[in-house]
Design a protein around this ligand. Structure first.
Ligand code: DX5
Length: 224
């Protein structure tokens, strides 16, 4: 069984100590990082945008994801690619011409991901799944950190795993929201392998390095 990849979400980081926190998370084994971009329209919250992606590009050499929780994401694909994102994730619910968006991201030389809100069924990806490098199953309603993992999304993760095993096994399954030392194991068993985590990393009592390490351990089957 492959090791869980922990992707700290900087939404929960102390922005005044970002470099230090990123380095600590890397020491704990963080495989990549995610910048949660929110526009206050697609989601009821505003977070950060291009300058923070540029800063994160300087803070880490690991894979950097830009999760675009914004309307009309096509407007900014080139800008996020230039800012340093390696993987750009658009929401299916916000990308009217999803195939065009995915092709554009790939023409920019970046990996392409699609995120689904909890109530959006897996089958919306039936026509395009082979074009994707990553699918992101939201396990909370996007917009805020520190929310509770939505239990029914476990079924959806299993459905996504079945779809990808049948059609596109090299595509990654990532989940985001409410992932912590108690919920990560069930999500791993359901088929998730990349875990966006904010609170349980940057809010972990023992610090980000210990938080990442404890999540990796909690995800593995008993006995490793
Ligand atoms: C939702 C946000 C959060 C965040 C992770 O839009 O993107 O899911 O990254 O938050 P935690 O790990 O605190 O639930």
């Amino acid at each position: 069984m492959s090791t869980a990849q922990i992707c700290p979400s900087i939404l929960a980081a102390d922005i005044l100590k970002l470099q230090e926190q990123v380095q600590a998370a890397e020491r704990g084994g963080a495989a990549r990082f995610q910048v949660d971009v929110m526009d206050g329209v697609f989601v009821p919250n505003i977070s950060f945008g291009l300058p923070l992606v540029t800063a994160m590009r300087r803070a880490t050499t690991t894979l950097l994801e830009a999760h675009l929780m914004i309307v009309q994401p096509d407007r900014y694909l080139e800008a996020f690619a230039q800012a340093g994102a390696d993987l750009i994730i658009v929401h299916q619910e916000a990308a009217v011409h999803l195939d065009r968006s995915i092709q554009h991201i790939k023409q920019l030389g970046k990996k392409a991901g699609v995120a689904l809100c909890p109530a959006t069924p897996v089958h919306v990806l039936d026509e395009i799944v082979e074009e994707l490098d990553l699918v992101l199953v939201m396990t909370v309603n996007p917009g805020f950190g520190g929310q509770k993992f939505i239990g029914y999304t476990l079924r959806k993760i299993r459905q996504m795993r079945e779809l990808l095993e049948a059609r596109h096994p090299q595509c990654e399954i990532e989940i985001d929201g409410g992932v912590d030392q108690q919920t990560i194991r069930a999500a791993y068993e359901a088929g998730a392998r990349v875990f966006v985590v904010g609170t349980a990393v940057f809010g972990y009592a023992g610090g980000p390095a210990a938080g990442v390490q404890s999540l990796i351990e909690a995800a593995q089957p008993p006995g490793g």
